[in-house]
Write a protein that binds this ligand. Structure first.
Ligand code: DHB
Length: 512
């Protein structure tokens, strides 16, 4: 004990600046008097909001560039007025995160939002093509504008991410830091109770891709004690961190099973088109490359594919009729039909809304009914984006390897498979941390308060992860009794917030 005090005193003597920096404690008390008035136009009408921006939301931040929150409140609520059916006290709180590629993410703002980030060259990176639909979606306004115009309070927390380092080169944003930060933001909102407008028991998390995974994790892991030491370390407000509902677009999740799911889907597709996020260029997409899988990659695909039925069968998932979903050793079985049924349902909705689906040669349409599909052709048309193993790369250059780095190590493995079979040497991430980044281990588990309401979307031409990962997540939730609105979105690539009318109709239906 005495030794520790002596060492601490010496450190303080030799490094006074550092000690000071570490000691700065931030107040968690929300200051309602510090704001700017901002406005935006939505559907041809101008809206006024009070903007409370760049508030550090933890007492002992590691990085104040990211651990800060922006809060936007309709001006009406400061004059005792209603917006739509909501008041200052009943307004739900929309909680979108800007996480992409598991990179550090600044809090979203009224004017700089995720859509732009996703297709820009900054956060996370996307395949360079920007679909026509995305431009149209932007014209409809962002999710934040949409929420505010409908009387929601909006709060967006920044979060640390995988590339972050402090001045000494120590990594400060490896898992589970980003998730812990988003939880801390929720704690901050609750801690300030009535001082911040909005109903703290109606917080709706929203995110896309890695941010969709974070949204899913917020909903799955509410109040789990696993994250408590991390929350204490950064001085998060000692309040519950659960959220009411989850909106997740193309969540890149269940990472420790995503490799085998990807090969279950793409085995046999031996070329790839990669706009992959590699660390070489700081997490931005490298040049699109089109290539042939190597001998080792082909063999790896075959091996990973055989692991998927074992995982799937272990879940004992049931369809809506209560029938067990399973796969045989070859990966065939009613689970495959079940996945197909979501693709067909998406096609049917497209047909019913008057879209032309005739360019999809793999789709069988009779009398305006999507009656069948040639799965192999569909997957081939979608194309493979990632090489096996898709997430836990043998050479550890995938974003997820970097997510699972540690304070000292930039990238690690997170599956036994890649750890065992990689020709390169690498270390395996801590089991507890891998668990903390996978919502599947927490949904309905003892000790976590899982959200009751889930809105999950994944595009039918998104090849960033396997369709199976999304279907498994939604079905597992449903089987555990949660209320899940899950659809595949017709012809959508890797993107989010494209069905805001639908999303907010759904939210209105669950907010009583
Ligand atoms: C994202 C996309 C990926 O393909 C991935 O592996 C991780 C994250 C993203 O867009 O956030």
């Amino acid at each position: 004990m005495r030794l520790i005090i002596v060492v601490a005193a010496m450190l303080a003597l030799f490094n006074p600046i550092k000690m000071n920096a570490q000691q700065q404690v931030y107040s968690l008390d929300f200051d309602a008097n510090t704001y700017t008035l901002q406005s935006f136009t939505f559907n041809g009408r101008e809206y006024q909001v009070r903007a409370f921006e760049n508030i550090v939301y933890v007492a002992n931040p590691v990085d104040t560039a990211y651990q800060k929150i922006n809060i936007y409140v309709p001006e009406e609520y400061f004059h005792g007025e209603r917006v739509g059916k909501y008041t200052r006290d009943t307004a739900p709180i929309f909680y979108p995160n800007g996480v992409g590629g598991y990179m550090p993410s600044a809090p979203l703002t009224l004017h700089k939002q995720r859509m732009r980030n996703i297709f820009g060259q900054r956060q996370g990176g996307r395949p360079p093509q920007m679909p026509q639909q995305a431009g149209d979606d932007m014209k409809q306004g962002s999710a934040i504008h949409y929420a505010l115009a409908h009387g929601y309070v909006v709060a967006s927390a920044g979060a640390r991410g995988r590339s972050l380092q402090n001045s000494e080169g120590v990594y400060t944003g490896k898992a589970p830091a980003g998730l812990v930060d988003l939880k801390a933001g929720v704690c901050y909102l609750r801690y300030n109770g009535h001082k911040i407008p909005g109903d703290k028991e109606k917080i709706i998390s929203n995110g896309t891709s890695a941010g969709g995974a974070m949204s899913t994790l917020l909903g799955a892991t509410g109040n789990s004690s696993d994250y408590k030491p991390y929350l204490i370390e950064i001085g998060a407000a000692d309040m519950p961190d659960h959220v009411y509902a989850v909106s997740a677009y193309c969540p890149i999740t269940n990472l420790d099973h995503a490799d085998c799911a990807y090969e279950w889907q793409f085995n046999g597709v031996d070329t790839y088109e990669a706009g992959m996020m590699r660390m070489l260029d700081g997490g931005n997409p490298s040049q699109n490359t089109s290539n042939q899988l190597t001998e080792l990659q082909l063999k790896t695909s075959d091996e990973l594919k055989t692991l998927f039925p074992i995982y799937l069968n272990s879940l004992n998932l049931k369809d809506s009729k209560g029938d067990l979903l399973s796969l045989d050793e070859q990966g065939n079985g009613n689970f495959k039909e079940y996945v197909n049924s979501f693709v067909l349902a998406a096609a049917q909705r497209a047909i019913d809304s008057g879209q032309d689906v005739s360019d999809k040669k793999w789709l069988i349409v009779k009398d305006n009914k999507a009656v069948g599909l040639n799965l192999e052709e569909y997957i081939r048309a979608m194309g493979r984006m990632k090489t096996p193993p898709a997430f836990d790369a043998f050479n550890m250059d995938a974003p997820e390897n970097h997510l699972f780095g540690s304070a000292a190590v930039t990238a690690q493995h997170f599956t036994q498979f890649s750890y065992d079979y990689s020709p390169d040497k690498g270390t395996l991430a801590n089991h507890e941390i891998i668990k903390m980044m996978n919502p599947m281990y927490y949904i309905g588990a003892a000790g976590s308060n899982t959200s009751d309401y889930w809105h999950i979307r994944y595009g039918t031409i998104d090849n960033n992860t396997s369709l199976a990962i999304e279907v498994i997540l939604a079905t597992y939730l449903q089987n555990k009794g949660y209320k899940v609105d899950f659809e595949l979105a017709w012809d959508r690539p890797h993107m989010g917030d494209y069905d805001l009318d639908e999303l907010f109709d759904w939210l209105d239906s669950i907010i009583k």
